[in-house]
Design a binder for this molecule. Structure first.
Ligand code: IPE
Ligand code: MG
Length: 222
């Protein structure tokens, strides 16, 4: 989700105030999903590249994540939200990791809406990790070249069992993929909005769905 920094800057606030406000947009999207029957919502909350930001911002984001999980746990349980996380989760500070696994485990039997947080996530690293696991099996004699199918690759990604996205919403007008779900986005429809993430509300989500509805998806066919 992009544009927190610019939102804060426009208001003369510190960047962290933008991240704080941005976390409120998540609720708007979750509600919109529930109202429309969307079953999977993946949020690109923190990329592998984001570790390069100043420690003050990184620490603030990690604290915000921890607080978010603390505050939303009960509600997720009540509303039937299942939380999952994708990325190199071992990179996260231990208290964050602990809280995350706690909520992931607590909500594991929910199925109304799957919310997937991409944390310390990089699409290339995900593919790299999948290739490594395939090579490991091949070296052990358990896998032949013809066993490597698109389905096998999908099953080795962090998103195992999660369908490929139908729609990608990109906020703050950026026209790039930024290392997000590189394999999974092959045929995903893209909706770009100029709205900065903290300003992104339910109505914007509905607008994105309307845009999606107008698309003709041919998956390479005619
Ligand atoms: C949020 O937006 C993304 C996170 C890494 C949490 P940005 O922080 O990238 O906002 P801009 O791009 O500076 O506006
Ligand atoms: Mg940005």
């Amino acid at each position: 989700m992009d544009g927190n920094g610019r939102w804060a800057q426009q208001k003369g606030l510190p960047r962290l105030a933008g991240h704080e406000q941005g976390s409120k947009s998540i609720r708007q999207c979750v509600e919109a999903c529930m109202e429309t029957g969307v079953e999977f919502l993946t949020l690109y909350a923190f990329s592998s590249e984001n570790w390069k930001r100043p420690p003050l911002e990184v620490n603030g984001l990690m604290l915000l994540l921890e607080r978010f999980l603390n505050e939303k746990k009960e509600e997720m349980l009540r509303e039937g939200v299942r939380l999952r996380a994708i990325g190199r989760l071992d990179d996260l500070p231990p208290p964050c990791r602990k809280k995350l696994s706690e909520v992931v485990e607590a909500t594991a039997s929910n199925s109304r809406l799957h919310v997937i947080l991409a944390l310390s996530y990089s699409g290339r690293t995900e593919i790299l990790d999948a290739v490594k696991s395939i090579v490991r099996d091949a070296a052990g004699g358990g896998l032949a070249p013809d066993d490597v199918t698109p389905e096998l690759i999908s099953s080795r990604l962090y998103t195992e069992g999660i369908p490929d996205p139908d729609l990608l919403i990109r906020t703050s007008g950026e026209m790039r993929i930024s290392n997000f779900l590189l394999w999974q986005l092959s045929y995903t429809e893209i909706h770009v909005t100029k709205k900065l993430w903290p300003d992104f509300a339910k109505a914007d989500f509905f607008e994105a769905l309307e845009d999606y509805k107008s698309r003709s998806r041919r998956f390479g066919g005619v």
